[in-house]
Design a binder for this molecule. Sequence first.
Ligand SMILES: [Zn+2]
Length: 304
Amino acid sequence: MVRGRFAPSPSGRMHLGNVFSAMLAWLSARSKGGQIVLRVEDLDPARSKPAFVAAILDDLKWLGLDWDERAEDQSRRGGAYEAALNRLREMDLLYPCYCSRDQLHAASAPHASDGRIIYAGTCRGLTAQQRALRPPTRCLRVRVPDDTVAFTDGLQGPQSLSLQGEWGDFIVRRADGVAAYQLAVVVDDAACGVTEVVRGRDLLSSTPVQLWLYRVLGLTPPSFTHVPMLLSVDGRRLSKRDRALDLGELRKSWPPEKVIGLLAWRCGLIDRWEAVSPAELAADFDWRRVRREDIVMELPDMTI
Ligand SMILES: [Zn+2]
């Protein structure tokens, strides 16, 4: 059984980019007779708001993007993440990191191809004696081998990435004691029995470290398909700042089929902008018709 998923973060209202990823995740699973699991990714207590959870669920229903079950919210899954950390600890793969933000962002820090800072391994070789002299921290990193991880993305094709060269030892538990996204998403997708992950291309570079975590934790990985980003006319990624493109605004003037139709047209699923429901699109959905390049969204004309 195919199991796809929605994994919204309740830090704001959905914007067109979130709708686009959710629509393609839904179409991919439903067109194969599969199920959808909904999981609220509220690991960040400062940014997650219950009001946004309610709004996001209501927006998905309004769009016609339904789901079969709701998994436990990430904020309630601390025990499962600690169990996974214990497994990594037993394999001697964890160590505490004492580096400050300033140390990590030092001018000499190596950078990955997308601008992220690669951890230089500063705390990797500390002795127990040296650790005892540092102020305590809950931040944990995982030792990654000098391996390359290769996989075939459902839309972007063959990928290969060096774990040390592009990530270095990455954080699996933050200094505030909360599990890091890379660990939580792997533990949760495995627990939910997810067989396919469809998400934005901004997460493509995270996939190799997640695949590596699946392997060391003895879990079965899903397939991955990374969809294009939606860009504003000035070339920025659409974000929660683009209020005119969030559903709170769009729902004032548009029926749901117009929102779905706009995204389906811009990504190549239909030939012109018309009102269409997700169920209608699922009838002949084919990934080969979806474009892989990022998509510029002009501010939609509210009078249409
Ligand atoms: Zn460190």
